[in-house]
Design a protein. Structure first.
Lengths: 500, 105
């Protein structure tokens, strides 16, 4: 099927007959993540709906959601099965399972919508593609909506403008209310409610880690940079990703070095140390709102004038697009919320930072995190920064808003035996893209810059699975390394002479 | 909820085998959990990491940053992976009785 609107450059439409012919690897029981335990559900305030009531509750919730968000009607009614989304979806390209494609996943809800909420579906059932909702269908929702990484590449190419990511969110929300939540998402949601971050990071743990990072900077650079926590009268509240405290120390250090360079009066809030928001990925009501509430209350107490966001794709999308309305912020307080990449790019564009790209001679490529690229207008600024920080930058193809997902988006970071192999398949396209840049060809590892905590968590093991000779790094990692602190820095080797 | 039985004690674990109540952890439990993480025998080097994790968790309520774990125990990340093939966050922490890490890990 073709001819529905202009095709985005570089994309080929699969004709309908070819889509139908594609080898269907439709597994009888699709791989699904481990479900949350009853204990976790209790902590989350959820009681799993008993099987005998699941269908009825699911239909009620589905109807409410579609009524509340009328944009879903477009997704339910407009799809013509052109197949364009299929070949643009990394999960379909990795698995070739038709249900694992945007159109296939949306159809899991669309058939039910037709059966119960349209006249033709009620009268003619299967003849018009309508299907009863069964427990088996719900299990399929659970599996396939947690395969989708909510990357919105399908939404970007759909000639009708159907945003299939929204359909996944609809499915996950209904499942949340039924108590069908993966352990990873439910446990993380509990951590949000209890600790204000994804990892149950405590204030004592945060301070100990930050002191360790101050020591590291002192050892490496010869001067000390402090990481203020809950400092009263701070101008800036910095929102790091909690994963930075565990896995991405150089990202946190890069942010602190930037703030040190510009002489910022900044702090980290111990009550909200999370740039991400798993609520946005599982429960877009109470859990999502909790992080906004903690942040705005904390920032207000400190008298902050600005909130600066750390490296996290989905979390930045949620904060940039939804925080204001969800927290009713405009009604009670005004505070600008900006991303640290945008801040740094502004300083670079106005010549206020000295960066030395010769400190990073390895070939480097940039993975555009999906939410930055397709929801936040972030692509130019990331390039301004990386080009100023590395000597040999190579674009990945396709890139920017056409980039493919890392395969772990929306928290598809499951490591259970059924799902881990799926993550390897979901990242197959990404591996091809990285390989084609040549950054992995040298004897020394190249750099795969992936400035988002989910991308990093997915790519750390995936570059090994796909045997790519690259190191995964954040963008702030590169900024921290390239920033030149004249007169302050203890320099070693060739940089020493150059910067004297 | 699944459980394991060690030395007559019944201990609740989640689907990934992490014990639910850290106060029930002891050396026997560690030895039992190690077998599921491709660690046949806990050597002195293993214990050094496991005890460090346990102490850190008791003090700070969270697992340490992986780089800090390496620095304080003197093992490189490569050595940690040799000791615990399933990795520091999921393998070593599980044996030390810490809860399964959540979020973007």
């Amino acid at each position: 099927m073709s001819g529905h609107g202009p095709k985005p450059e570089g994309f080929r439409t699969i004709p309908t007959w070819e889509v139908a012919k594609q080898p269907a690897e439709r597994p009888r029981k699709p791989a699904a993540p481990h479900p949350a335990t009853k204990k976790t559900l209790r902590e989350l305030g959820i009681v799993e709906v008993p099987d005998e009531h699941k269908i009825q509750v699911a239909l009620e919730r589905l109807k409410e959601q579609i009524k509340e968000r009328r944009s879903y009607m477009l997704a339910m009614e407009s799809c013509v099965k052109c197949g364009l989304c299929q070949e643009n979806c990394h999960t379909f390209l990795g698995t070739r399972d038709p249900d694992d494609s945007p159109v296939g996943r949306a159809d899991l809800i669309r058939k039910v919508w037709k059966r119960y909420f349209t006249v033709q579906g009620r009268l003619f059932g299967k003849l018009v593609g309508a299907e009863d909702l069964t427990l088996e269908t719900l299990q399929k929702w659970y599996a396939y909506f947690y395969h989708c990484t909510e990357c919105r590449r399908c939404g970007h190419v759909c000639p009708f403008g159907i945003d299939t990511c929204e359909v996944t969110m609809l499915g996950r929300q209904v499942l949340f209310w039924l108590g069908m939540i993966p352990a990873l998402h439910a446990d993380t949601d509990v951590a949000i409610l209890k600790s204000g971050n994804h990892m149950k990071l405590t204030k004592a743990g945060a301070i100990d880690t930050l002191e360790f990072l101050s020591d590291e900077i002192e050892e490496e650079r010869g001067f000390r940079v402090e990481f203020p926590v809950d400092k009263p009268d701070s101008d800036i509240v910095y929102v790091p990703s909690s994963a930075d405290f565990m896995l991405n120390p150089d990202t946190l250090k890069g942010a602190a070095l930037f703030f040190e360079y510009i002489g910022a009066n900044w702090t980290i809030l111990s009550t909200m140390t999370e740039a991400g928001n798993f609520g946005f990925l599982s429960d877009q009501y109470r859990v999502q709102r909790e992080l906004y509430r903690r942040l705005l209350e904390g920032a207000k107490q400190l008298g902050a004038k600005k909130i600066i966001w750390g490296e996290c794709g989905h979390g930045w999308r949620a904060a940039k697009l939804y925080m204001r309305t969800m927290a009713d912020m405009n009604n009670w307080w005004h505070i600008p919320v900006v991303h640290i990449h945008d801040e740094i790019a502004t300083y670079i564009a106005t010549n206020q930072l000295e960066l030395d790209p010769s400190r990073i001679p390895q070939p480097a490529t940039l993975h555009d995190p999906c939410n930055y690229a397709r929801a936040c207008g972030h692509t130019d600024n990331m390039r301004i920064i990386i080009k100023a920080c590395v000597s040999d930058f190579r674009e990945m193809q396709p890139n920017r808003e056409k980039n493919f997902c890392c395969g772990g988006g929306s928290g598809v970071l499951f490591d259970d035996p059924e799902m881990y192999p799926m993550r390897i398949r979901f990242s197959q396209k990404k591996a091809e893209q990285v390989r084609a840049t040549g950054v992995a060809d040298g004897a020394e590892p190249g750099i795969l810059c992936a400035p988002c905590s989910i991308c990093k968590a997915q790519l750390y093991p995936m570059v090994d699975e796909h045997e790519l000779n690259v190191e995964v790094k954040g963008l702030l990692d590169l900024v921290g390394k390239a920033l030149v602190f004249r007169g302050k820095e203890r320099l070693g080797g060739t940089n020493n002479e150059k910067n004297q | 909820m699944p459980y394991i039985e060690v030395a007559g004690k019944k201990i609740e674990v989640d689907e990934d085998g992490f014990i639910q109540d850290p106060s029930l952890w002891d050396e026997e439990v560690a030895k039992f959990l190690a077998k599921g993480e491709q660690v046949e025998e806990l050597t002195e080097d293993h214990w050094k990491v496991v005890r460090y994790l346990k102490d850190y968790y008791e003090k700070h309520g969270i697992a340490p940053m992986i780089r800090k774990l390496c620095k304080d125990t003197g093992f490189s990340l490569k050595q940690i992976y040799e000791l615990f093939p399933t990795g520091p966050a999921k393998g070593a922490c599980k044996i030390a009785g810490l809860p399964k890490p959540t979020g973007c890990v």
